[in-house]
Design a protein around this ligand. Sequence first.
Ligand SMILES: Nc1nc2c(c(=O)[nH]1)N[C@H]1C(S)=C(S)[C@@H](COP(=O)(O)OP(=O)(O)OC[C@H]3O[C@@H](n4cnc5c(N)ncnc54)[C@H](O)[C@@H]3O)O[C@H]1N2
Ligand code: MOO
Length: 413
Amino acid sequence: MASAVPSFPEAARVVYDYASNLLACHPRTERLALDSTYGCILAQPVRADRDMPAFQRSTRDGFAVRAAEASAHKWLQVAGSIRAGEPPAGPLPTASAWEIMTGAAVPEGADAVAMLEHVEQDGKKVRLIKGRTLDPGENVVPAAAEAHAGEELIPTGTRLGPSQIAAAATCGYAHLEVFVRPRVAILTTGDELVPVDTTPGSSQIRNSNASMLAALVAQNGGEPWILPAAKDNTAALGSALRKGIEADMLLISGGVSAGKFDLVEPVLASLGAHFHFTGVRIQPGKPLVFGEIPRAKSPLAFFGLPGNPISSAATFLLFGSAVLRALAGNHLLAPLFSAAQLSRDAKGKPNLTRFIPAAFKSDPLSCHLPEVAPVPWQGSGDLAAFARANCFIFVPEGIDRIPAGDIARILPI
Ligand SMILES: Nc1nc2c(c(=O)[nH]1)N[C@H]1C(S)=C(S)[C@@H](COP(=O)(O)OP(=O)(O)OC[C@H]3O[C@@H](n4cnc5c(N)ncnc54)[C@H](O)[C@@H]3O)O[C@H]1N2
Ligand code: MOO
């Protein structure tokens, strides 16, 4: 690795290329009941089991007609009635209409559906009201217009959200083959750390990174494996790291900056680690370390995340999450940035790309972009500020300030 500290885009390229290569090594799969697959990554394509729709479907309650006849505003005889779920009716006689419900099969011979609200009725006759005309195809979805039988609807490697689960359900997939979640070891380091359920001494702190990173791992499709926190000495770190080597990925928090107890890098090096980079020109998160440890099976990717909680979260979201998603079989590797309008200035820093903790909110009654403002903070250890944040504002290197009113890119947390 060259000694120059890479910029954000340079480091991101290294990580995303690494992650893309990992996608080729297929993780293990398991078969799950459809209703247990939310958030899982598909390990098989989902295909339409029949034409979608399988029949010409009405999208409105009303009357199936011939558009040309209806548009002439003649009275049409109601020839029958069809509800959703009933077998296709028809054919539609000339100068006739067929009462139809939303989701029912349009009778053969009809080419449009007049909405109930757009017709006048006189006993068994209906007529399109004045000023209304109908085009062929209106309010009708032709058979197979959505997909043909056998067509791939969802590719392997897609994260299953509500819309994908609905599509799988409609195609009859009661079970799905999904990738087994990768196990991510989380090793926090620091003599000052005590467990969450204990009272810290006057200069101690509770270990918040373990819980935070576990949540981030779960959010990104991994199974967190929290190791006991390690003390800042070579022996303790070495034995903790040797435990973590069994995992599919390793996150270490703390001990990566310049202090004399920042021993993570030398201990990793003693295990034969190869470092892709040992710092990135970002703030927070500059001391981030990324590398791999050789193993008999496949190398173990690791991130040495800076101990400050906001730095740990930012670097995991920006870099670690891409490697985790690749290990999980998820084809969407890079984090999904969004956009929002700044309600306050966002300040840059010389020679660094900044990710400023911020809160974005949107007014459901407005059609404007969400508004975003940095949260006031005392630096990357300020968990009180972080609790008020739900995103990071992205200020690229070389930009001194993004003024209030401008659109900024944000990374939701
Ligand atoms: N002389 C320099 N000092 C520092 C530099 C530098 O370049 N030169 N970089 C600073 C930056 S930026 C960061 S970020 C931190 C990163 O430090 P480490 O990764 O070595 O982390 P620690 O020193 O162990 O801890 C930093 C900070 O975070 C707290 N911490 C650590 N682990 C946890 C945890 N599990 N839960 C909650 N909080 C944790 C720790 O108590 C420290 O306050 O270094 C700067 N210094
Ligand atoms: O840049 Mo460090 O990651 O702020 O505290």
